[in-house]
Design a protein around this ligand. Structure first.
Ligand SMILES: [Zn+2]
Length: 574
């Protein structure tokens, strides 16, 4: 026990005793914490939409120092799956940050309905703040991400997160001495990982710069201004995304032109894919739909690490990098396209460059690396159909507000438009109109659920009332829907499409594939730990990405985030 003497009673003897006790205490901590004292940097890498099998599929083609470093020198969990239903970007990133289920961390979807205001809300938007850069808000005329377009304000913060993050706990343990940063092309790929105490940066396609909000800074550090004014994007202007290697190095060579890939105007379905002129409308968008987005993210992260001096002393720092290109490439071209194959070969080079840089600047032995993904991804239904498999794009017309209202009116014999909106994965009723029509919520939800179940593309639908009362147990899919249920945010009915079926309409742009389902291909992700003296192992035991935050916390002998349900992985902590 440490003597808690008041200052007035303090004498040199007790001060000396306290010092000795503190030294002894910290010495014993550094031993019991499995070498935590050696960790100067925690590097958390997220690859957006990297399904668990994809890096293994291409391992033979990879160079040295990237994925092969992770396989040879890291602990690779080959059966890591999320256990929540809505496998979307903010949901997965928040689970990686907190070790919690969405029912607990509250990020239940990229978008949800605020029943009080009747407005859809974008997960990290916050009207209390603004972007530091002028005119960097989402440009709704050129934004192809339909969830980004929902935001009605430009400010961003992590305030909608309802659980603490690993980075928050690190900040509590080491106060302002731990440097905590998160970077991604996507705001929702950076903000949850930085937590409340860290700093997040993301890429504004409108401004062509990495930006942040007034939640984090009053003004940019000079290095950010310098990076943004260095013309880093110019080298891609009037150039094109070409194959990295000679054609005979590819599994899918000769299979580049597929009707099921997205033929984005000016970008096309086949290599090479031109990025266009520097000032053309979609230039920055197309950079993100190619490995260039990851290259820019890496460049920014390297500049950040040097400028902020991460990993330079015994106090552990934290850097999260979420690479978004794999997600955009997966959406436009599918998991089994030549574009995805080349993207992964280039991602491998990007990772190799990152690890070599970290080794020079910090030392891999002082760095604990963890790599995972926010979700997996499906195959393009068109590709599966070529293989005689049962797969389809779901007709969005059947899920329009008008169609759903017509079905519900017929079922209940009412005239009111009771359905507010369908935004994947939830259908939201207008609660005020339900009450005004003299109906109770549970009856209305049940009628809506029955209407949805009549559609051939719907495999399951679950009402919020049944989920809240725990009436849907003994069904693994229902359990995942319940794990996604936050009573103040989740909608009235959760819609589950059949396996290998989904809506691929991005507000008019038909894309090859969309994740967000309960099915395993969307929940399966790699979990790999490396660095800090870990030895190469492959572990096939089922684990979850919720285990990552508790594992990091245990490794550093700090408190586990407040909502975490994952468990520390013994291969890393013991
Ligand atoms: Zn994602």
């Amino acid at each position: 026990m440490i003597n808690r003497d008041t200052p007035t009673r303090k004498n040199s003897a007790t001060v000396f005793t306290n010092k000795v006790l503190l030294v002894l205490l910290s010495a014993s901590l550094s031993v019991s914490a499995s070498g935590a004292a050696d960790i100067r940097l925690v590097l958390q890498i997220t690859v957006d939409q990297l399904r668990g099998d994809l890096p293994l599929r291409h391992m033979e083609q990879f160079g040295k120092g990237g994925f092969r470093y992770l396989q040879d020198k890291g602990v690779w969990y080959t059966n890591a799956t999320y256990r929540h239903a809505n496998t979307e970007t903010i949901v997965g990133h928040s689970s990686l940050a907190t070790g919690a289920l969405p029912a607990t961390h509250g990020m239940i979807g990229n978008v949800w309905l605020d029943q009080d205001t009747g407005q859809l809300v974008y997960n990290v938007e916050d009207t209390n703040y603004n972007l530091i850069t002028a005119d960097a808000d989402v440009d709704k005329a050129s934004e192809i991400d339909p969830t980004q377009r929902v935001a009605t304000s430009e400010g961003r913060s992590p305030r909608a997160l309802l659980s603490s993050t690993f980075s928050d706990e690190l900040a509590i343990r080491y106060s302002h001495k731990s440097k905590i940063f998160a970077v991604s092309v996507k705001d929702r790929g950076a903000i949850p990982l930085a937590g409340d105490s860290g700093k997040a940066f993301w890429f504004s396609k409108a401004a062509g710069e990495f930006v942040t909000s007034s939640f984090y800074y009053d003004a940019y550090p000079q290095w950010v201004i310098d990076w943004n004014s260095a013309g880093k994007l110019d080298r891609y202007a009037n150039k094109q995304w070409e194959l990295l290697l000679a054609p005979d190095n590819y599994q899918r060579i000769g299979q580049d032109d597929n009707a099921w890939e997205t033929d984005f105007p000016g970008y096309g379905r086949t290599f090479p894919h031109p990025w266009g002129e520097r000032d053309s409308k979609y230039f920055t968008t197309l950079l993100t739909v190619s490995p260039a987005g990851d290259e820019l993210t890496l460049d920014f992260a390297k500049t950040l690490l040097r400028a902020e001096g991460l990993g330079q002393d015994a106090t552990p720092d934290y850097l999260s990098i979420s690479f978004s290109s794999t997600d955009y490439v997966g959406h436009l071209f599918g998991s089994s396209s030549l574009e995805m194959e080349d993207n992964l070969l280039r991602l491998d080079r990007t990772l190799a460059e990152l690890f070599a840089f970290i080794d020079r600047e910090v030392g891999l032995k002082h760095t604990l690396i963890v790599l995972s993904a926010d979700h997996g991804g499906p195959e393009a239904p068109g590709y599966l159909q070529e293989l005689q498999q049962d797969a389809s794009h779901v007709d969005p017309g059947q899920f329009s507000t008008e169609a759903l209202n017509a079905g519900l009116q017929q079922a209940l014999g009412v005239n009111a438009d009771l359905v507010h909106t369908y935004f994947h994965p939830y259908v939201y009723l207008d609660h005020k109109k339900v009450t005004a029509a003299g109906l109770d919520l549970e009856t209305t939800q049940r009628a809506l659920s029955a209407t949805l179940m009549a559609l051939p593309s719907v495999a399951y639908s679950f009402t919020a009332s049944d989920i809240s009362r725990g009436q849907i147990k003994d069904n693994p899919i229902a359990a995942m829907v319940a794990a996604n249920h936050q009573p103040k945010r989740s909608g009235d009915v959760y819609v589950v499409f059949r396996s290998q079926s989904f809506i691929n309409d991005f507000d008019g742009l038909e894309v090859a594939a969309t994740h967000g389902s309960v099915w395993r291909y969307d929940r399966h992700v790699p979990v790999v730990f490396a660095g800090n003296g870990l030895k190469g192992r492959v572990i096939s035991r089922p684990v979850t990405p919720y285990d990552i935050a508790p594992t990091l916390a245990n490794k550093l002998a700090i408190e586990v985030p407040s909502g975490a349900v994952g468990e520390p992985l013994p291969e890393i902590t013991e």
